[in-house]
Design a protein around this ligand. Structure first.
Ligand code: NI
Length: 158
């Protein structure tokens, strides 16, 4: 259990396509545990492995702080609707921007026993799944922002 350093925009590792996980080795399990520690320490909603410098298709999400979800080799299999809202990323500290995404997604992924499961969500959960899965293909939300990136501080003053 350890906090890992979160890579920030400009780090080339964030632009790479991640590899599928074939087996949850002790080393991968340690990575997963550290990703949750790092997510909670940073008060984030989601974290993808490349954000801690590891090019593997692993994502952790917790939209409430009490509902940890691990997704290994996740794929979105269904999406619908539309939502537009402010989004942020632990790799782009202090910034936010307006992003339009599907309002509903259904995904398949593998758990830590490499058992497949389905997960679906709307609103924040759907946004988190889409955002984190983009990281696995080397994409940041800033590519999808409508209008300029804003400072979180400026927004809070409004
Ligand atoms: Ni992010």
């Amino acid at each position: 259990m350890a906090i890992r350093k979160i890579r920030e925009m400009g780090d080339p590792v964030l632009g790479k396509v991640c590899k599928e996980v074939t087996e949850v080795t002790p080393r991968i399990q340690e990575l997963i545990d550290d990703m949750f520690d790092t997510l909670y320490e940073a008060n984030g909603v989601g974290l993808a492995a490349p954000q801690v410098g590891i090019l593997k298709r692993i994502v952790v999400i917790d939209t409430t702080g009490e509902d940890p979800i691990l997704m290994i080799n996740p794929k979105i299999i269904e999406k619908s609707g539309e939502q537009t809202g402010y989004e942020g990323c632990l790799s782009v500290p202090g910034k936010t921007g307006n992003v339009t995404r599907a309002n509903y997604v259904k995904a398949i992924a593998y758990d830590e026993n490499m058992e497949p499961f389905e997960i679906e969500g709307t609103e924040l959960m759907a946004r988190a799944i889409q955002h984190e899965l983009d990281h696995l293909d080397g994409h940041l939300y800033v590519e999808k922002v409508d209008g300029p990136l804003q400072d979180v501080e400026d927004l809070e003053e409004d």
